[in-house]
Design a protein around this ligand. Sequence first.
Ligand code: NI
Length: 194
Amino acid sequence: MNSCPTPPGWVVNRPAPAYHLTTMISPESLQIVLYPTPVLREQAQPIEQVTDEVRAIVDRMFELMHEAPGVGLAAPQVGLPWRLFVANPTGEPEDDRVFINPVLRDPTREMDEMEEGCLSLPHIKGIIRRPIGMTIDALDRDGQPFTITSREFDARVWQHEFDHLDGILILDRMPPIDRMANKKLVKELESARA
Ligand code: NI
């Protein structure tokens, strides 16, 4: 209870400003960031609302992914700690798809191993063991929910990109023998940034 009237122009208990994901980001300025840029190790945050700004960034991410070229690119890889990634496992234009606030579920018990690389870890490759199949729930570029289940290459791309949203890199998942084989390249990346 406050019996004193608030003097004009004073704000009592002003709430913290709402956290807006998109403040002054110009999509053209975004570039792929390389390990060990700290954002690659962060826990990314959900997108509150799929706005035109988010869509403009998604478009830029598709551009960067195709230029690279790559089959997937996660927002932390362009310096944004957001839960979103773009993917295109075939390279066909109609297969571009964005996954906003994705959730992976129902992994198959069946696993397989495949060599993976990462646009943020140039020249580094490792054999990664993952479930063959997965279901993913996400929002599309209009903010509409969708669900896909796959036992194809898509499911592997989703898992790789989803890892980025939790700060996980292929370096963490590759077997020790591959980590040893890549040791020099990793050191080079680390000293390039130091
Ligand atoms: Ni990657």
